[in-house]
Write a protein that binds this ligand. Sequence first.
Ligand SMILES: Nc1ncnc2c1ncn2[C@@H]1O[C@H](COP(=O)(O)OP(=O)(O)OP(=O)(O)O)[C@@H](O)[C@H]1O
Length: 644
Amino acid sequence: MDDNLVSVPKTRPDSLKVELLRIPENDIPVRNRRHECNVGFENLSYSVREGIFRKRRKTILRNISGTFDAGNLTAIMGPSGCGKTTLMNILAGYTIGNVEGELLVNDEPRVESSFKKIMCYIMQDDCLQPLLTVKEVMMIAARLKLPDTVSREEKKLKIQETLEAIGLDVCCDTRTGSLSGGQRKRLSIALELLRNPQVLILDEPTSGLDSSTSKQCIMLLKELSAEGRTVICTIHQPSALLFELFDHLYALAEGCCIYQGSIKGMLPYLADIGLRCPPYHNPADYLLEVANGEHGSFTNELVVKSANGRRDDWKKIHRSTLQVHSMNHIGTMMDRGLITPVKAPPFRFSHSTPRRGSSSCHSPKYPTSFPNQVAVLLKRSFLVLKRDRTLTYSRILTHFATALFIGILYYGIGIDAKDLHNNANFMFFSIMFLMMTSFNCVTLTFPTEVALINKEHFNSWYSIGSYYFSNMISDLPIQMIATLSYALVTFYMTSQPREGFRIMYFLIICILISLVAQSFGMLVGSSWEMKTAIIIGPICFLPFTIFSGFFVQFHDAHPYVQWIFHISYLKYGFEGLMLAILGYEREKLPCEADYCHVRYPQQFLEQMDMENAVYSHCVFFLIGLQLIFRIVTYFVLLLRVRRK
Ligand SMILES: Nc1ncnc2c1ncn2[C@@H]1O[C@H](COP(=O)(O)OP(=O)(O)OP(=O)(O)O)[C@@H](O)[C@H]1O
């Protein structure tokens, strides 16, 4: 039951119930067929390579065929591992490699680019931005998914209509992270409904939902299909009542089709070969038992009988009175306020079914322009940053607190010759601190974003370029404030020379070091999952730390490894800071102790093997390295979200 809404009994609009009651068996509802989109596939096979050397081939789908008609709610069922998700991925166009066979739309070969515009794929995990409210998430989706020509007022109206229809209007100010499982699922569907897709493909929409929330979710899908949409979803062990809501069933076993037809036709089909479902047994459970071989080995016989999905004789047995009973039952639950009432939003299809050579193939890939995508994504990032205490406030606070601590530890060292070594220690620590904090902030957050980007990009919300660009810009202010607060506090507390150019040079290197570490963190975070990224990151840093010139100097290192100094960005960062503070002919330092071995800063730089270092080289190297990391990250991201 939906906790937010129990106390508000609502009257469920009965249009669908009435429509179904009026439909005589074997009758097809009259709809605008121009917009209908029957999704089919013929002789579909899919295999993957596996094993250490990827030499073995594993066949997952074996030459299956089928058609999922518009206006029908189709269930794809079968035992775990039979290939349901694989089939959904292929139907959605998410998996393209190693696919054999033909994908069809209205019995014609389908054009992927056009099909993508009328289809949405809702994956099993509801990837939502947890810090944004339902209304904000919907507004962002509307601004990305609806063309720029639609006014803000129209978008608001559409959002309102959608939220009311799917019963989320009462929690429109709730953050998505606080929504229940059912609400999250409905929101995921609502986000995609804004563009009014003709085909909805959902992978296990009821997974993790309780019985009544599952009913509500399937009821929503039923309403959406009744308007002429093609709705296809996988489902695991539905209750008998839920099972009856589906119009069409496609059953898989071991990558083959063992049944395709109506729900009502399934039991007679099984009975034909002597498989009789016991009375009072859930037919869905019985089908899974048969597919699992619990009643004997019938898979081959069933595959032959259904011609691996090519025969559709059992499709013709139409809506059963049981379906109407199920609808009535759920309708009553909604009327009594036990389940939040849901219905399809009142949208009309604005586009016709794509056919080969149709003009929609040439329309832009994304509904809105690149600048609009960047602007909307920037707004979303800023909202998230504003609410994410760890990413913003604690990052700034950590930098400030560490700066105070370091300032106290190395207080006043910058003006005394006896503290030259301590000053070098301070600079090296600063580099390490700025590097680690920037790197960790990104590697801890970026991998979790990849799933969200994947979902939204696949459903044509925005391009990877606009996401990446907005992501780079949005984090800059916080990164700058944090770095500057550390650099300025430590600079003054350690009494470094108060010369304008030295302050500027010092700050530039600090900022560049943190940006390089951030871009490196992005690269690592976009390449691996969070756990791997956290392990791999420091391992990648280690060689650069050793070859930074702090622990081992260039001339002391073995000639075979000296080249590593030239690519160690820590070396350039360290040199840059040392030159900013001690270079440029800084005058002889006073000595407060009885004896100071070195009093000329230039002499100290020579001791550290930095006599030939050039500040501008350090800056160029750090900028160049950052650019390389950012470009590589972009391509890694593209690879990650590329269709399989
Ligand atoms: N890339 C891959 N490499 C190796 N095996 C794979 C790959 N993708 C899928 N499989 C295998 O293919 C089979 C079908 O996988 P799929 O995820 O489609 O099953 P499913 O029917 O959706 O299962 P479930 O209901 O448990 O989600 C499984 O045995 C799975 O291990």
